[in-house]
Write a protein that binds this ligand. Structure first.
Ligand SMILES: [Zn+2]
Length: 96
């Protein structure tokens, strides 16, 4: 992440978000003083992205699983319907 003040590149944990801009800690303390010391560090973006991708995979797996269940239910339901239709038709034919 880039510092708005000195244009240096820093790790997220060394950065402070103040006044809608990101500053490195030395710049922030120089500009804002105690306010920068109290400001919470920016959360690690890579961890956040990793978490996001994990949840995406998790939801994809769950939705895929439910889709499979739905398909299975659909196929078994249709085959059961066909079977009952066939057997009832057969029964009608036999009664005649
Ligand atoms: Zn700086």
């Amino acid at each position: 992440m880039k510092c708005f003040c000195c244009d240096g590149r820093f790790e997220n944990k060394e950065m402070v978000h103040l006044d809608t801009k990101n500053y490195c800690r030395p710049c922030a303390i120089g500009l804002f003083g105690d306010l920068a010391k109290k400001a919470p560090p920016i959360p690690d973006e890579t961890n956040l992205k990793r978490f996001e991708s994990h949840t995406k995979v998790f939801f994809a797996l769950i939705s895929g699983f439910w889709f499979f269940i739905f398909l299975y239910d659909l196929v078994t339901g249709v085959s059961a319907k066909i079977r009952t239709k066939y057997s009832s038709g057969k029964g009608k034919n036999e009664s005649r």
